[in-house]
Ligand binder design. Sequence first.
Ligand code: GLU
Length: 471
Amino acid sequence: MTVRVRIAPSPTGNLHIGTARTALFNWLYARRHGGTFILRIEDTDRERSREEYVQNILTGLQWLGLNFDEGPFFQTQRLSQYQAAVETLLARGLAYLCYCSEAELEALRQSQRAQKLAPRYDNRHRHLTPEQRAAYEAEGRRPVVRFRIEEPREVVWHDLVRGEIRWQTQDLGGDMVIARIEADGAIGLPLYNFAVVVDDLEMGITQVVRGEDHIANTAKQILLYEAFGATPPAFGHLPLILNAQGAKISKRDGATSVDEFRQMGFLPQAFTNYMVLLGWSPPDGQELFAIEQAAQQFDFDRVNKAGARFDWDKLDWINGQYLRVLPPADLLAAILPFWQAAGLADDDGPWLLDLVTLLGPGLTRLTAAVAAVYFADTVTFEDEALAIARDHRHLLADFAQVLAAANPQRVEDADALLKSFAKEQGVKKGALMRPLRCGLMGSLHGPDLLQSLMLLHRKGKAIPRLQGIPA
Ligand code: GLU
């Protein structure tokens, strides 16, 4: 059977790392089996769904390189299919209209709470007589459609990740609402579990792979497949992504949306590499790989059941590994948006390439490459660096003169110039380096000094900086 898998985000927020990881695992599985990866936007919650989030999901998936083969399909455009499916269940007597008011349901919940029982609908409108129904209608009550959940019963499936899962229908909260009825009597947009089943059936989904927070939904969904006389797809539930304390990762842990990770300076190929490791490990134990490589080996039997701990150090390490080997032109393309966002501009291509070549090896995140000091006209000094530069301002001004006269064009020439200048001054070259760095860069630490000097000199910035140390 051809593999058909999907990612089904709700556009009620930006693309979340949990959704992105689920998308990635589905994508890996589809690519492994030459299958189809489908995007479905679950936008039935009209109040919370927004177009901007749809866009964020689309651009996020694209940035990650998770190309889909079909879709995006939108649930709000599929009302007629859901209506027909509701009609089918009503006609088969597997669903019914429930007229309970919100106040009645709340009273029910309260009495259950008082008896320390789990809240559940008690199926009270399952067997209304036509007269009772007519009476409720006459009252002007608007019903919902409920699906009958037979109890007691055990729902069992073999989960692709977690093995056998057993769920008791008594624990599903009673007959479940699958759709509301509109004021004009029409069947309205369905609820999550129902729409998902109708869609997954119609889209021929073969494996439903999602976060483990959906396990209870799976039990309900399997019952719906049965009601439609259909064989359910296989199900797989991925471990949650946890923070360092073992709780579900949240905004407080630094970042949760894919867009935030992009803005923090992670490369998409490093970020997807890291996400693969959030729950899966390749048989060969490798830690650095392109997702296309991972796809050749991916299977659910190596997905962990236990939660996946999010590890910033590891993500940084992986990102650094990718940055180190990125060709300068690619590195430049990756850094440019960060420079632009910081208002740093220069259209001197060769100079920019040399600058990223200098910065690349020391980077863990692209944000660290903003390095405004190379673009600025004046230096922003750290206190200690300013003190050192001040103490050597005459020496630095002298060196500026030598630099102006010799006008070196290559790092080797600058090196030779510095050596001869040191000799003239009767100091060691090493002793010159610190004040020079402080005067040029305003800081005691940073990328290679001679290369930095040459980059600044090429832009005419080195001499005025060395001459202009504040007194
Ligand atoms: N819309 C659901 C979510 O975002 C999809 C769950 C599923 O994959 O069935 O969690």
